[in-house]
Write a protein that binds this ligand. Structure first.
Ligand code: NAD
Ligand code: 3PG
Length: 633
């Protein structure tokens, strides 16, 4: 990594909730009070005092003396505390340990916490004892902690200011911390800049005073063009989530350090174009159309997450040729659709859509007319993919005879019988259920001709995609009584949000069950999806792993001690050779490399030696036919 051009300013870094994710004294209280009947209550009081002191609500000295009085800690509690704190160093500081080792001489940890636990933790980052300025405990003869050394300036109000005065550093001084006392160093004119460090805690009163806010240490290094482990701070990665995926999705992205914006419903093309600038990750469900125009406006987009199975709403080839990887959740709601379909088969066979509203209107219509058992009936499954195949197994278990038709060759499960054509299936089945995908060629797949092939009184279920059925033709077949009923969950046009009304020719027709695209809307499925998709996307962003991407060649290269370069290019001959020529010309050693192509793009992961300079990166970006180039770490 390049050396910074300017000498590094002195960095004054706070310890509690900045260097580490937690407050040392709170943790010490938890350890010391283990098994104490009022542990929770006392630790709560200590935390509240910490917070009031840090936000400047009460004087620091008052907060410290009250906390120490509550603590009841002993010297033997310090070793487990140090172990615990070592495991709780802030993620972005841990990640940039090399920076600390390289510039340790310019870094001071100035804290109102205690040397006894700070020194051993920061020593792992090459910060030696002289660069730790902190309080020290006092102990009684039995080793109980009785308080802190009152002669230490840091135990007093305004202690950090006095400590900095004593240090008398020459040159620029930058302070990074989460507390008001950190800001006071800058206020007293002893530092040039105060950075509010919010990776672990953001205190509004402190943030308001900051020259700059740091959601992570990466952001500080990025702003100062200093060497960093990641090529880009995670907090600069913007995620836009539409259509209300389960809250877990936003939670996972936030935990990763990304900025997340959520929009409850879908957005139409113009609205999405207006919102997409600067977005790195877009999350959608089945409603949002990601058109070529949307992709053109997406200046920073690296990945799209479809929080559903279908990806027909995304212009996949255009996404590919712009270097945007698409991920979905191919199995997370499969079971939910199967269960809904099975329920609908029974409900339609017993004409419940007609009987239920009558009951609500006070009408008692007890009759067996048009109702039948499903045992022994023929179920025709069109599209024997994940959903179709799983339905096949479950349907046989309740006594249905399964026929199926698929354009692709599929493993025949159980006693299911394969049909050679769609017509063969339509002519035999008592119930036809559609589970084909939403590719454009499937538009109008079931029209008047196909409906006419179906047996009189047969039932039709569409839980696949709205455009695969010609709705006016279906409505006509139902009105004429040619079909005995239908269940439809998906429609050519679906409302953007729950506030918009629903229009369809199918409304009010006999024995027709209409549902608002809820085939995959179960708690289990939504939770699965909300974990599956972010995990895939974060693996792609962090390691370049494209396993299960819908439109990218699938590659996974194990992580190793190296820099990882990601190169996406148009699939033409010679690009890999050109990449390697650049590396060879700069004497860069390749530790691992993998190329995979598809019909449009080539995707290369290259792991190289630690040693490289910016010229190599520039040259790699300039390789002909490059679509996108990223240095991951
Ligand atoms: N209603 C919902 O909420 C909901 C939930 C999940 C999935 N879906 C939809 O269900 C459908 C199936 O999902 P899946 O996970 O089983 O997909 P899948 O890709 O595993 O299976 C689709 C199958 O359809 C076959 N196929 C495609 N076109 C065909 C055609 N013209 N004729 C015959 N076979 C054809 C494919 O070869 C494939 O085997 C998708 O459209 C998906 O979007 C809807
Ligand atoms: O493709 C899917 O998984 C289903 O159509 C569900 O879509 P949804 O997440 O928009 O309900």
């Amino acid at each position: 990594m390049p050396e910074p051009k300017q000498p590094l300013p002195y960095l004054i870094i706070d310890f509690d909730s900045t260097f580490t994710q937690v407050e040392g004294l709170d943790e010490l209280a938890e350890i010391a009070l283990q098994g104490h009947p009022q542990q929770e209550d006392i630790v709560g009081q200590i935390r509240a005092l910490t917070d009031r002191g840090m936000s400047g609500e009460i004087g620091f000295q008052e907060s410290l003396s009250q906390r120490l009085a509550l603590l009841g800690a002993h010297r033997r509690h310090l070793a487990p505390l140090v172990e615990r704190l070592k495991g709780k160093v802030s993620e972005s500081i841990r990640r940039n340990a090399d920076f600390f080792r390289q510039f340790a001489g310019r870094i001071y940890v100035v804290s109102s916490g205690f040397r006894e636990f700070i020194e051993p933790v920061v020593a792992d980052y090459s910060i030696d004892a002289e660069h730790v300025l902190a309080n020290t405990f006092t102990f009684d003869e039995q080793g109980n902690i009785t308080g802190c050394d009152p002669g230490n300036v840091l135990s007093q109000d305004g202690g950090k200011i006095r400590q900095l005065q004593q240090l008398d550093l020459e040159g620029d001084v930058y302070v990074l911390g989460d507390g008001y006392t950190d800001y006071q160093i800058r206020e007293a004119g002893l530092a040039n800049r105060f950075y509010a460090y919010t990776e672990n805690v953001a205190r509004p009163r402190v943030v308001a005073q900051a020259d700059s806010v740091l959601p992570s240490f990466d952001e500080f290094l990025y702003q100062l063009k200093l060497p960093m482990t990641l090529s880009y701070p995670k907090n600069r990665i913007k995620v836009l989530l539409l259509e209300n995926p389960d809250a877990r999705a936003a939670e996972l992205f936030r935990q990763e350090g990304y900025q997340v914006e959520e929009v409850r419903g879908g957005l139409d093309e113009e609205e999405l174009i207006a919102r997409i600038e600067g977005v790195s990750i877009l999350g959608i469900r089945s409603k949002t159309q990601v058109t070529p125009r949307v992709l053109e406006a997406a200046n920073r987009l690296i990945a799209i997450g479809a929080f559903c199975i279908g990806t027909n709403q995304i212009a996949l080839p255009e996404a590919m040729s712009r270097g945007v990887a698409v991920f979905n959740a191919p199995f997370s709601n499969t079971r939910s659709v199967v269960e809904l379909t099975l329920g609908e088969i029974i409900v339609l066979a017993r004409r419940i859509p007609e009987k239920n509203p009558k009951m609500h209107q006070g009408e008692w219509d007890k009759s067996a007319s048009g109702s039948f058992e499903i045992r022994g009936k023929k179920l025709g499954i069109v599209g024997y993919g994940n959903i179709g195949a799983q339905l096949s197994v479950v349907a046989e278990a309740v006594g249905l005879q399964v026929l199926y038709y698929d354009v692709a060759e599929k493993l025949q499960l159980g006693n299911a019988v394969k049909c050679r054509s769609l017509d063969e299936l339509l002519q035999q089945a008592d119930i036809v259920t559609l589970h084909i995908d939403g590719r454009p060629e499937n538009t109008g797949f079931i029209g008047a001709r196909e409906l006419a092939q179906m047996k009189p009184g047969a039932l039709l279920i569409n839980n696949a995609r709205g455009h695969v059925v010609d709705v006016p033709a279906l409505a006509d077949a139902l009105r004429r009584g040619h079909l005995g009923g239908a269940a439809v969950d998906v429609f050519p046009y679906e409302p953007k949000t729950n506030d918009e009304g629903f229009e369809s020719e199918l409304r009010g027709l006999p024995n027709v069950l209409l549902t608002p695209h809820i085939g995959g809307s179960t708690a289990e499925a939504q939770r699965n999806i909300a974990e599956f998709v972010p995990e895939r996307i974060m693996a792609y962003v962090n390691t370049g792993n494209t396993q299960q991407s819908v439109n990218f060649p699938n590659i996974q290269l194990p992580s190793q001690q190296a820099h990882r370069l990601i190169h996406i290019h148009t699939n033409v001959p010679g690009v890999l050779a050109n990449i390697n020529n650049v590396l060879a010309a700069h004497h860069v050693n390749i530790l691992g490399q993998y190329l995979k192509t598809n019909e449009l793009i080539g995707y290369v992961i290259t792991d190289i030696d630690k040693e490289y300079d910016q010229e190599v990166i520039k040259a790699l970006r300039g390789v002909e036919h490059t679509i996108r180039f990223r240095v991951l770490y």
